[in-house]
Design a protein around this ligand. Structure first.
Ligand SMILES: [Cu+2]
Length: 148
């Protein structure tokens, strides 16, 4: 009888654990910010995407009211120079996090609808391949002389 009770308790704990994992959103975004751009220039955006789930996730698109369109850019060395190339997506492996950062993969807010200044806040909507849509606020900050 004692054994049966222990067994039932284990099952209950296991299923509670499973349910918890399914309810929690596996994708979390943090540390988002946008570099104050020079006049009439696009603005670079940075953030960290955390994937707590068991499957890899892909960021497919970012959108904001602040810009006509938002692109995903990756930096590449070619002929001894750093160049930017538009990418279709950013993949985040299961259980890992990816940092979109200065000098690396970043978001690019193209054709700003109004000048962005340090202290402003921009709402970004991120769309992932699994259907997840996340809205986050990204503060605009000064970020030295680098522009990407
Ligand atoms: Cu760029």
């Amino acid at each position: 009888m004692v054994q049966l009770c222990v067994y039932v308790l284990c099952i209950a704990l296991l299923s509670a654990g499973c349910a918890e994992q399914e309810i929690g959103d596996p994708i979390a975004v943090r540390d988002a910010w946008i570099r104050e751009p020079p006049p009439r220039s696009p603005a670079a955006g940075y953030l960290v995407i955390e994937n707590r789930g068991g499957d890899s996730v892909e960021l497919l698109a970012a959108e904001t009211q602040a810009a006509e369109r938002t692109e995903i850019h990756i930096m590449e060395h070619s002929n001894g120079r750093m160049t930017m190339r538009k990418a279709d997506s950013v993949s985040v492996p299961a259980g890992e996090e990816i940092e979109l950062k200065s000098g690396g993969t970043h978001l690019m807010l193209m054709q700003l609808r109004q000048p962005l200044k340090a202290g402003d806040e921009v709402e970004l909507q991120l769309s992932f391949a699994d259907g997840t849509q996340l809205k986050i606020m990204a503060p605009v900050r000064k970020g030295g002389y680098a522009s990407h």
